[in-house]
Design a protein around this ligand. Sequence first.
Ligand SMILES: *[C@@H]1O[C@H](CO)[C@@H](O)[C@H](O)[C@H]1NC(C)=O
Ligand SMILES: *[C@@H]1O[C@H](CO)[C@@H](O)[C@H](O)[C@H]1NC(C)=O
Length: 270
Amino acid sequence: MKALIFTAFILVSVAQASRDWSKIKPKRLSVVPRIPAPAPKIVGGKEAEPHSIAFQVAVLEGFNFCGGSIIRDDAVLTAAHCVDKARSTEVIVGAHNIQEEEPTQQLIRSKAIRVHEDWDSFKVLNDIAIIFLSRKIALDQTARIVKLNKDKTTLVGVTAIVSGWGRFSDESSSLSNYLRYGEEEIISNQECKLYFGSYVTKTNVCLNGSNGVGSCTGDSGGPLVIVRNNETVQVGIVSFGVKGSCETGSPTVYTRITEYNDWIDKQLES
Ligand SMILES: *[C@@H]1O[C@H](CO)[C@@H](O)[C@H](O)[C@H]1NC(C)=O
Ligand SMILES: *[C@@H]1O[C@H](CO)[C@@H](O)[C@H](O)[C@H]1NC(C)=O
């Protein structure tokens, strides 16, 4: 229960053209669960329609690979554990096949990285960060700003969508080429605590894992969204899951956006 494993790998990245994708290591934060869970076969999800999740970005820090979301034309939301050791990062916007140079892609370097002041990697608390970009994203059909949730309901029972280029089975050791997504229901924090104990606090939101859908290695920092009144709203940031496997059927855990509305606003104002 105490063992907290960071799967962190470092590399120096260069321009997209010469990036060696075989060396890129998807990132995942995991903890040892309290109780074993049933084991469905797949991490699940399907390939996304190209650019249908146009607020999704890739965050590259050396050899580390994470996800993120566009919250302003010059700012990307991600997880603290993705960038806490980074002096700079690269962000890829408008991608579908991440390992190819698509004409829609915009590769933008960070100008500044702001990790939450109270980020605690041992307790996995306040796993949130904002990357400010060195130039503005050209917003279009393939690069959109996502609306952040401000409605402080528990969201229990609501269907949410998680997306990323992370591994989509335990067998695959590398990233998915194509952006993938999965749909699953949000469960109560109380239910989630049965698996993760005190790692889950009111600053988290959890997805049911027993239907085989959940975030996996490489999805960290990416968005968890819901559709409300025909509008896509981000409710979470991929934070952590169970150690060792993405296929145990355990819930997956996200940073709860509504706990950080003020923090985000403050960063964007300053
Ligand atoms: C998670 O999904 C399973 C399978 O559909 C269901 O039996 C279970 O009640 C769900 N868990 C919660 C906490 O809703
Ligand atoms: C929902 O949004 C889509 C795309 O913006 C639009 O085409 C559709 O008419 C909307 N549906 C409703 C019920 O508002």
